[in-house]
Design a protein around this ligand. Structure first.
Ligand code: AP5
Length: 217
């Protein structure tokens, strides 16, 4: 199935988890601004150094930096495949820039999937999240524990906790989401392409809801 999707939702809603399932089962190209920024931070690039100041405090990286970065990636996407945007757009300015970029490359969004979760679930998910340093696979100490302590089931890489998954930073990220990203729910609802999903159920049940939406389009 070819579709061009945005995954929208607060930190810890399960965007990365669903993106991985959608990439694997539907063959969509996955673009995550958070992953791109973390790779730049790890490489110590100029962009990475600039991003670090914001990411570690739970603030958004300035729009002009993100828009320039995602533009390059969108232009490089293979035309024959659908794509999946995870963590972008995150402000109304980014959403407007995305509209322009898509016009430029002659593509349009099929649907915006809004993953709904409460603060309590966000807090529980992010304080328990573990990520593979090598392949980026996502685990959870309770919900999806690795078979071997602190090692990735897939590649054996070391698992770590993200710097911005400390409780005080999680709170800040959730507030920033409510102030700056939540308005996108109405922005896309008005365009008639917003679909809500209950993301407090298991990852598989969440995926089933997304699959049903895509089948109904
Ligand atoms: P980013 O990396 O995009 O983080 P985020 O949006 O805060 O989202 P997360 O990655 O924390 O959560 P997720 O929804 O992907 O959840 P996951 O699937 O991992 O951004 C990080 C930072 O980069 C931002 O704060 C900002 O500074 C900057 N940035 C990025 N994009 C930007 C932009 N466009 N503009 C400006 N700045 C930008 O799941 C979480 C945990 O829950 C995991 O442990 C998982 O195993 C578990 N889990 C997931 N689903 C389920 C389920 N259904 N049931 C049980 N457990 C589950």
């Amino acid at each position: 199935m070819t579709a061009n999707l945005v995954l929208l939702g607060p930190p810890g809603a399960g965007k990365g988890t669903q993106a991985e399932i959608l990439r694997e089962r539907l063959g969509l190209e996955h673009l995550s601004t958070g992953d791109i920024l973390r790779a730049e931070m790890k490489a110590g690039s100029e962009l990475g150094k600039k991003a670090k100041e914001y990411v570690e405090k739970g603030e958004l990286v300035p729009d002009e930096v993100i828009i320039g970065m995602i533009r390059e990636k969108l232009l490089a996407l293979p035309k024959e495949k659908g794509f999946l945007l995870d963590g972008f757009p995150r402000t109304v300015a980014q959403a407007e820039a995305l509209d322009e970029l898509l016009k430029e490359i002659g593509r349009e969004l099929t649907a915006v999937i809004y993953l709904k979760v409460s603060w309590e679930v966000v807090r529980m998910r992010l304080t328990g999240r573990l990520i593979c340093r090598n392949c980026g696979a996502i685990y959870h100490r309770v919900n999806k524990p690795p078979k071997n302590d602190m090692r990735c089931d897939i590649c054996g890489g070391e698992l770590y906790q993200r710097e911005d998954d400390k409780e005080e930073v999680i709170k800040q990220r959730f507030e920033v989401y409510n102030q700056q990203t939540a308005p996108l729910v109405d922005f896309y609802r008005q365009k008639g392409i917003l679909f809500e999903v209950n993301s407090e159920v298991s990852a598989e049940e969440t995926f089933k809801q997304i699959e049903n939406i895509l089948n109904s389009l």
